[in-house]
Structures are given as structure tokens and as C-alpha cells.
Design a protein around this ligand. Structure first.
Ligand code: UT7
Length: 325
């Protein structure tokens, strides 16, 4: 039985409001609020980078587990915005934490579904051999958006979230995880420039092909609703429980309209779905662990509660996890 031993999260101090965006691009608070539910997002300071965010969230999760970095056996970091191209952010985090020479790896490229995928990998590692695994989701998307493209820029924020997984009673039990991928939909949410097919060089720079996210918003919206709702049903079937047994769903916080549509399809009242997109925007792979940490800290989850986590992301990937408190 895989247990969640500790929860952690971190959002940078700097706040970017809808009005701040309206001063930079042709948008306004009303459009952003009605179309997305987002009011503010946290942006990393100029001297902060991915590793700083990951480190803060990791420290909180490790302390919450009543442990020190020396207790960790493995580190996985889910991110699409790594500290550097090579090596992995997880290796740098191991060093910053002083966790000793334990194995580390990043799970990259899965967008906002990456952290739940990483949970799935971690529980398989623990089932194979008892160990304590730190699973971090971190994103510094403010460095990957075009500050001139209103259709993507206003949606995102920076943050990190983490859990410590292991064996034993813990704070909650990770009952099951379901994941899926449709690689034929890779183009609906992508950042192509910078890879080997389209290297970021003087030529790409001259043609305006910067390292920015490109997105077919409507198609992502459609896929996100269907896949997240189906996957919540999928993980509930796997654990032989129904929607009536669910105390709280914590969905990926991309857009309040997506969350509401998933909620209606699954058949839940608003008070059984956690929403913090108004405060953070879409923080990619950090979104679900940050919301989970916040929900636990806010007392939204009681002993005995069944909590379902669900996310979608570039790939196109989807994932859901069942957590029994
Ligand atoms: O983790 C995955 C990340 N991605 C997502 O979750 C995105 C999913 N998609 C969405 O959330 C929505 O599709 C958006 C919020 C991105 C867009 O909402 P929409 O209702 O699908 O709007 P739209 O793309 O159909 O655009 C409607 C209009 C367009 O103007 P015209 O062509 O009707 O004149 C856009 O140019 O809104 C315009 N628009 C904006 N206007 C003011 C697009 N962005 C903005 C903006 N401010 N920031």
C-alpha cells in the first residue's frame, strides 16, 4: 500500500493581476474572468528559477512528512520548464536538498498531466522495492509564454507542489492511478522550437519562431473536458467506488469553465470540487499537487474522505488518481 506521507507547495510572491495584463496586451479583466475564472497568477521573480520553486515545495513536503532529506530514496520531478536543458531538475534538487547520491529523474513533456503520471511511476517503484520517493510538480511557465500573445499569456502562472510517498499508514493512501495518451493530438498544445527538429538558432529567431507555447485553445478545451471526466469514472471503476463516495475532486486548474464542465459531466455539486484557479492560473504540472496541499492545509479534507485527482496535458495525456484519507 502506497501512502502519502507529506504534502507541500509553493507559489512565488510576485502577483500578476488581470489588470496588469490589460496594461500590456489587448485584454481586460472581464474577458479573462468570464472565459477562464482567473483573477491573479503568481510569477517568479527575475532571480528565481525552477529549482528554487521545486526546492521550496520539497522542503514543505519533507517537513510535513516528519522527515529530513536524508530519509529520501528517490526523487522525481515532473516539469516542462526545467532548470536547465540537461541535466534533470531532479538531480539539481537532490544536491540542493543534500539528499545524498540517491537516484533522480525528471518526467518531462507531459504538460499538466505530468505530476499524476509521476505519482504512478513512484507507486510502481515503491511496489517493486520499499522506498521513500519525493514527487515534485513544478512549472515556471511565465518564461515560456509570449508576453505579446494574449490568447496564451493570461492563462498561466508559476508554482510548485510536492508529496512524499512511501509505505505505512501515512496521511492518506494512494489507491490507484489511471493514465492515458493520444499522441495523434500532439499538435494542439506544443512548444516545437528548441527541439532537434526546429532548433532555436539565429534562423528561427529571425523568423520569429521563439520558444513559446502554441495552443489550439478550443480543441484543448474539448479534449480536456471529455478526457478528465472519463478518467475520473475510470479510476472510480478500478477501485469499485461510485461518484457518490467521492468527498472532493481536485482537477487540474486550467480554466474554471473546463472545471465546471467536468463537474457537470461527472455529476458533482460545486462544493465537491476544489477550485483555486482564480488565484494561481494554470501552473502546469504544479497545479494538482499545489491544490492538494492547499486543500489539506485549509481543512477541506477530513479523515475518511475519498479524493480524486485528475489532469490533462500536452501529449495529449490524461490521468486520474484516487487518494483515500
Ligand atoms: O493546460 C492546458 C492549457 N490550455 C488550456 O487549458 C486552454 C483551454 N482552452 C481555453 O481555456 C479557452 O479556449 C481559452 C480561454 C483559451 C479561450 O476561450 P474561448 O472561449 O475558446 O475563446 P476563443 O479562443 O474562441 O476566442 C474568442 C475571442 C477571439 O476573438 P474573435 O476572433 O472572436 O474576434 C479571441 O481573439 O476572444 C479573443 N481573445 C481574447 N480577448 C481578450 C483571445 N484571448 C483574449 C484575451 N483577451 N486574453
Amino acid at each position: 500500500m502506497t501512502a502519502v506521507l507529506g504534502f507541500g507547495g509553493y507559489a512565488p510572491e510576485r502577483i500578476m493581476t488581470n489588470d496588469d495584463w490589460a496594461a500590456l496586451v489587448d485584454t481586460d479583466d472581464e474577458w479573462i474572468t468570464t472565459r477562464t475564472g482567473i483573477r491573479r497568477r503568481h510569477f517568479a521573480a527575475d532571480d528565481e528559477s525552477t529549482l528554487d520553486l521545486a526546492h521550496e515545495a520539497a522542503l514543505v513536503a519533507i517537513a510535513d512528512a516528519g522527515m529530513t532529506a536524508a530519509d529520501l530514496d528517490e526523487i522525481i520531478v515532473a516539469t516542462d520548464t526545467p532548470e536547465v536543458y540537461t541535466p534533470d531538475t531532479a538531480a539539481l534538487l537532490q544536491d540542493r536538498l543534500g539528499a545524498g547520491n540517491i537516484p533522480t529523474y525528471d518526467l518531462g513533456g507531459s504538460g499538466c498531466a505530468g505530476w499524476i503520471q509521476a505519482l504512478d511511476v513512484a507507486r510502481a517503484r515503491i511496489a517493486f522495492e520499499p522506498k521513500v520517493v519525493l514527487v515534485v510538480g513544478v512549472e515556471l511557465i511565465s518564461r515560456l509564454i509570449s508576453w505579446a500573445d494574449r490568447s496564451t499569456a493570461v492563462l498561466f502562472g508559476d508554482a510548485a507542489g510536492a508529496v512524499v510517498l512511501g509505505l505505512g499508514a501515512g496521511r492518506a493512501e494512494l489507491l490507484d492511478v489511471v493514465t492515458g495518451t493520444d499522441g495523434s493530438k500532439a499538435s494542439i498544445l506544443t512548444l516545437e522550437t528548441g527541439g532537434t527538429r526546429k532548433p532555436f538558432n539565429a534562423e528561427s529567431l529571425a523568423s520569429g519562431a521563439y520558444q513559446f507555447l502554441a495552443m489550439d485553445g478550443r480543441e484543448v478545451f474539448r479534449e480536456a473536458v471529455g478526457r478528465m471526466a472519463d478518467t475520473v469514472g475510470g479510476v472510480l471503476r478500478r477501485i469499485d467506488r461510485s461518484v457518490d463516495d467521492v468527498a472532493l475532486v481536485i482537477p487540474h486548474q486550467a480554466n474554471k469553465r473546463i472545471i465546471d464542465a467536468v463537474r457537470k459531466r461527472v455529476g458533482l455539486e460545486p462544493d465537491r470540487v476544489y477550485v483555486n484557479v482564480q488565484e494561481y492560473g494554470n501552473t502546469g504540472s504544479a497545479s494538482v499537487p499545489l491544490a492538494l496541499w492547499e486543500a489539506v492545509g485549509a481543512g477541506r479534507i477530513a479523515a475518511g474522505d475519498l479524493v480524486i485527482l485528475t489532469a490533462f496535458g500536452a501529449g495529449f495525456h490524461w490521468a486520474a488518481a484516487a487518494v483515500q484519507f
